[in-house]
Design a protein around this ligand. Sequence first.
Ligand code: AMP
Ligand code: GLY
Length: 436
Amino acid sequence: MKVLVVGGGGREHALVWKLAQSPRIKKLWCAPGNPGIAQIAENVDIGAEDVDGLLRFARSERPDLTVVGPEAPLVAGIVDRLREEHLLAFGPAKRAAEIEGSKSFTKQLARRAGVPTADFQVFSDLKQAEWYIQEKGAPLVVKASGLAAGKGVIMAETVEEAVAAVRMCLVDGAFGAAGAEVVIEEKLVGEELSLLALVDGETLALLPTAQDHKRVGDGDSGPNTGGMGAYSPAPVATEQVLDAAVREILVPSVHEMAKSGRRYQGVLYAGLMVTPSGPKLLEYNCRFGDPETQPLMMRLKSDLLELLLATAQGRLGEQTVEVDERPAVCVVLTAPGYPGSYEKGRAITGLDEAAGVPDTVVFHAGTTVKGGRVVTAGGRVLGVTALGGDIGQAVERAYQAAGRIQFDGGVHFRKDIAARAMNRGPSARERRPKSR
Ligand code: AMP
Ligand code: GLY
């Protein structure tokens, strides 16, 4: 089979790495890919958001499956466009991708389907938003409704901060069209959980549980980032939490999507808050998580190509998701200064030495090749990912490998990835039956 993967980050490197292991793969392209991906697939120089360019490529090369990594092309309708050309794609259609593209849509979906989520209201009028904030009092969470590259969520500890956040969206246009509508919601307290499921329209197959680390510094300090690390499984996902999440959140959401003419096919990523009264939905993403996908792909034993094909063809009921019992940990190496301003083009050394640590893979994200050398090309540069006999060994291996890598000018990574899992001890069995 000929497969095209769209994207060029750590998530796509992990997907390509796993797809390349399928015996049915004859040709694997990645657009635009990265230098790590280039070692196992053919990079195609087309940006992940260049939907017209990707369409032209797909029309001429006729991939048997196109796997779309990032949300932007999904929300722009790339899957619908491929379908018009009679090309099979993994990922939701435009109307279904709205589950990530519009937070107000998803909150209303949750309300209709009776899915537990933070209490909320949607506003496009400043005065009404201000009244609501005064009435509710702080703390509150203010969110730009549209896609804002992970930056559109403001945690307001005071009424003044909440009002300022709403003004920033509605008056100053800080997030452009994405902020023309705001969701104001109750602040939930608990532990976060990333729960991903393959969904073929009606059948769901859970992937291993994971947790990511969004803040730049140890102990969850400093600003939010695109993700500083992740691990799987997440001990917070006990049997009881998983049961509730599937029964009260995922299944009713998928049914409601189908009922409203937005049949969901692809991977559904639920960002959950596990509160003392059970899991609640924070948000949905219409794609695989980054960096959660890096540990997930290392733990997945099933053939990823078969799973993605079955999802896209609506026959997920025939498949089982086999998972390696061993935990996996991903430590993200960033350029110093990220998520603020940082240098690019810095030489990277020690990649081969790092890959020499047992059961360890160095996934590339923000890298490029210059003058025959691999150099940094983004804030999040690499995702060093390791499996271990237990979470402690996985952590040890990931850090041993990370310690072997240097960027000219320095490298930053968190020292406490998966610390929460280590403090909690072994997780509950997480393999769950498929649900309809
Ligand atoms: P979102 O993009 O909606 O997932 O929000 C990004 C991050 O903001 C989440 O991963 C949480 O850490 C935090 N967050 C969002 N909504 C809430 C909420 N209602 N209560 C507490 N934290 C939240
Ligand atoms: N790990 C968070 C995300 O992929 O959105």
